[in-house]
Design a binder for this molecule. Sequence first.
Ligand code: SAJ
Length: 438
Amino acid sequence: MDFWLESFPRQGNVRFLMRYDISVLGLGYIGLPTSAVFATKGRRVLGVDIVPAVVETINSGKIHIEEPDLDLIVRAAVQSGNLCAATAPQPAETFIIAVPTPFSATLGGRKIPDLTFVEAAARSLAPVIAEDNLVVLESTSPVGTTERVRGWLADELAKRHSAINIEKIHFAHCPERILPGQMIRELISNDRVVGGFTPEAAVRAKALYASFCAAEIFITDARTAEMTKLTENAFRDVNIAFANELSLICEKIGINVWELIRLANRHPRVKILQPGPGVGGHCIAVDPWFIVDAAPEDARVIRVAREVNDSKPKHVIAKIRQAVSQNAASGVRPVVALLGLAFKANVDDLRESPAVEIALELANSDPPLQILAVEPHIHSLPPALVAAKIELSSLDAALERANSVVLLVDHNAFKSIPVEKLSGKKLVDTRGIWSDMG
Ligand code: SAJ
C-alpha cells in the first residue's frame, strides 16, 4: 500500500492520499458484497458511491440493502479498517465498475441499453488512474462495453492532457452471477468467467478473483465474457416465458399447470421453470434486451420471451378484476389483499417488480379498488404506491379485511397461511402455492 502527502484521510495536520488495493465503483447489490468479501480477505478496499447517505451508512458499519449475512460481513470489514467508502475515487491498483446498466428508451418496441452510469464511472477514473492498473467492468453490459470503457477513459485522459498511456492500463470484464438472497455464498462458490481486453488483462483479473472465489475461473476475451452473462440471463428468461405461456394455455384448457410442470420435470432431460405474475428484478427483465438490441433481426425467440413475460402482469390484473367483480356482484365492497410486492421470494427488492406494476394498475383503476399490500420485507411503501392510496398491512390484518386475496410473491411467510383464513375469499394464486386447494 502506498501513501502520498496531500489529501485523504486526515491524520493530524498532515493529509495523506492513500493508494488502495481495490476501489469498487458502485456500492449496490453487487459492488457492496464484492467490496466486503475482498476486504475480509485482507485487501484494502475503497468503495465509491455517488450517494452520500450510502457512503455514510457503510462507513458506520451498516448496510442500506437487505441481503442475508451482508450486514455481518460489511460490519467486520469496516471494523477491520480494510473497507471504507467515499463519494469519489482514489488511487488504487485495481478498479471494479459495478454500477447499474438499465435501459433508457424504447425504439420500435425494443428497449435500448443506457450506459450513462458506466460511462460516468469510467471517466471518473481519469484523475486517479495509473499505468499498470487493472480496470474490471462487472456491470452486466452489452457486447463491446469493456472496449468502450477503455475508449471513454482514453478520451478523458486526452482531455486532461495526461501523460498516461492507455495501452499500459489493463481492462477486463468479469460479470457477477450471484443470486439475490444467497449472494455471499454464491460469490465464493460460483464459477466465474473472466474476459480480458488482452490476454494479460484476463490473467490479472483471474488472479484478482482467485483471492476469494473458491470455484473455477475461466478465461476468455472481453466480448465473449459479456455475451456469456447476457446468454445466461436470456436462457432463464426464455425458460420462464415457456412456463408462463404454458400457464396461459393450461388455464384455457382446464389443466393445473403446476402439476403439469411437476410431472413433465420427472423426465430426465426436462427442467421447466415456474410460471408467475411476470419477470422482475434488474437483471433477467433487462439483459435479454441487450442481445435483441445487438441483433434485432436474429434475436427472435429472445425477444418474444421478453414480450410473453412482460405481458403476464396484464393477464393477472384481468384475473383479479374478474374475482373482484364477483365480489361486487354479490353486494360486497371489494377489498383486495396483495401478498408480496418484491420482485421475487424472500428479498426486499421492488425493482422492476411485476407485483408493484399490478398493485399500481389496480389502485388506479376506475372506480379505484381498496388495496392492502402485505410485504414483510419492507417498512414503508415507495411514494408511488402511497400516492395511489395503497395501504401497507400486516398479513393477519389483510386476511381479516380482504375478500379477494392475491398471492404475488412466494415469500416463506405466505407458505404457512392456515386454509381456514382463506376460506370464503376469492383467491388468485400466481405462484402455485395454493394450487392444491382447488
Ligand atoms: N421467476 C419466475 N419463475 C422461475 C424463476 C424466476 O417467474 O421459475 C421470476 C422471479 O420471480 C423474478 C425473476 O424471475 O421476478 C428473476 O428472478 P431469478 O431468481 O430468476 O433471478 P435474479 O434476477 O434474482 O438473478 C439472476 C440470476 N441469473 C440466472 O440465474 C441465470 C443470477 O445468477 C444473476 O447473477 C442475476 O440475475 C444478475 O445479476 O444478472
